[in-house]
Design a binder for this molecule. Sequence first.
Ligand code: ADP
Length: 418
Amino acid sequence: MPDPKLVFPKPAAIPEKGANASLESKSIPETIAEKRFRNLLEAAPDAILEVDSSGRIMLANESAEKIFGYTREELYSLTVEDLVPAAMRSGHSRHRDSYVSSPQVRPMGSGLDLQAQRKDGSLIPVEISLSPNRVDEGLRVIAVVRDISARKQIEQRLRAIQEQFNAELATKNELLEARNRDVEQANRLKSEFLASMSHELRTPLHTIIGFTELMAEEVEGTLNDKQKRFLGHVLQDSRHLLQLINEILDISKIEAGKLELNVGTFDFATCLDEVMAGIHQQAAAKQIHLENKTTFRDPVYADRLRIKEILYNLLSNAVKFTPNGGSVWVESRTLDHGLEISVCDTGMGIAESDQESIFDKFYQVGSTTKGTREGTGLGLPITKKLVELHGGKIHVASKPGQGSRFTFTLPLLGPPSL
Ligand code: ADP
């Protein structure tokens, strides 16, 4: 708490022209109050100048000496224009006159970058606030001048850092963009290469499979048991190879954005029967109970071959990852605007942490029920993409050791009306 005896009057108590008021509070002798006021002004870090209506400097504090580099005597022999940069000087008296005609407390040149000129001719950035002071001799203007060099330097340094940062960021962005273009180009070339290679590989493979089937059917003569067994291996592995090549071809087409659906209207139940018949042998080999529990009997508008591929991928996985004697079945449900198909099994299941990743390329959780790794890890990513191309969604619900349920939806769109 300040000593009440030492409390000074507020600036409003400074006498108006002709008023007979004193500077001090009642309890302080006038000389002490004046001295304290003087100290207050001298200690202020800003330059404080009192200027008369013709621009002459009438009063200046100690900071004014420091900031402008003049002694006080020198300041009292100057006009305020001497402190204005030479380039701005000519217009300044006009500003002063206009201030005198409507004096009020306000900052000078608000929004402008103001500068003041020191005795040595150097310029310093300043902020100036003006206030009128009426004294016996007339209107005086009090200018409080703040040297903002340090603040400007910091601002400049910050700006320089920001500009450097922006320049570095721009360079890095350019590099990144160039690298992205390279990666895209490399990816496209890889997809094109895979697509053309897969195509080249399929043609001779079809010939191998075709002639092997002919020989196995003993059209050109009977075979002994060993020959039949050998041909069986050739046929099985050739078909496996064909499936891998087809998957690689599919994924590269999908990634190159070149896979297009060939849609039409077909009977879903027949399509599912065909896939179940195709999977029947693999299921029977493991005594897996295979069942079609679907009730949906309407035609659907979709790409028949791709729907078969989706069903085949899910069913062959279900059989592959279900131990001997288990069950695999398909269910269906009609939704408001679509069809929901679930392929379920009582197999080894999938840990929750893997349930998202299995839809990523080449992701395989573990070995099949045969204890070996089969396939490419491409079946589910292709299946997901095919479902999505049809406007549907796929997800899995599974518990390790209890089985899995892969469910996909197909919006029931009709053929476009003419
Ligand atoms: P692939 O069958 O060629 O390995 P997929 O992309 O079809 O590749 O499947 C990825 C992985 O997801 C499989 O390797 C397997 O670990 C897991 N998986 C898929 N279907 C099932 C299923 N019905 N039961 C258990 N695991 C499955």
